[in-house]
Structure formats: C-alpha cells, structure tokens
Design a protein around this ligand. Structure first.
Ligand code: SF4
Length: 95
C-alpha cells in the first residue's frame, strides 16, 4: 500500500488502511552507515530506506544484511570437512 506519512506515494509493506503499522507510526531516516546504499530513497529533505523502516536498528549489532554497498565477510575455514565422510568416520570410530 502507498505510504501517507514520511514517504507519501511510495509503496510500503507497513501501510494499511489504518495507517503506518510500524512502531511509532512512521519510518526513520537513514544513518551514516547507510550512505552509498542503493536502497536509500529521498522523500522531501530526508533520506529513508526502501527495505527497512529503522536503519539505526539494522546497524545496531553489526553491518546491515540488506546493504548493497558493503560486502559480507565470508569466513573460509582452512580445513573443509565433507559431512558425509565425517559421518562415516564418526560411525567407524564407534565400532
Ligand atoms: S538496506 Fe541497510 S544499509 Fe541500505 S539503507 Fe537500508 S538500512 Fe541502510
């Protein structure tokens, strides 16, 4: 449904016939860490996130998982384990 509060006319999943269903009744502007993300949208003089109504909360415990301007760190284990072989090895040890 189209927003009637901070981003008028833009589609938003939180809007309903009763108004904005997000906590507080409106979405919040982006935070500094969001600069450069493709999901930002400008409405009036403010910049919001298209995907998440409270960007500060999205960054509170680490990088935002929706961010398009950062790459997720992939931890590579030096030793890769084949789960099938590991299972066979474990069952062989039990005997
Ligand atoms: S997707 Fe994440 S990083 Fe991008 S604007 Fe939204 S909250 Fe900010």
């Amino acid at each position: 449904m189209q927003c009637t509060t901070n981003r008028p006319g833009m589609e938003c999943g939180f809007m309903s016939g009763k108004g904005c269903g997000y906590s507080g009744g409106t979405c919040h502007p982006i935070v500094e860490s969001c600069q450069g993300c493709d999901r930002t949208v400008t409405a009036g003089e403010m910049v919001y996130c298209k995907s998440y109504p409270d960007p500060a909360a999205k960054w509170r415990f680490g990088p935002c998982n929706f961010a398009t301007h950062i790459k997720a760190e992939v931890k590579e284990d030096s030793k890769k384990i084949n789960p099938l072989k590991a299972s066979k090895r474990a069952s062989a040890k039990k005997k």
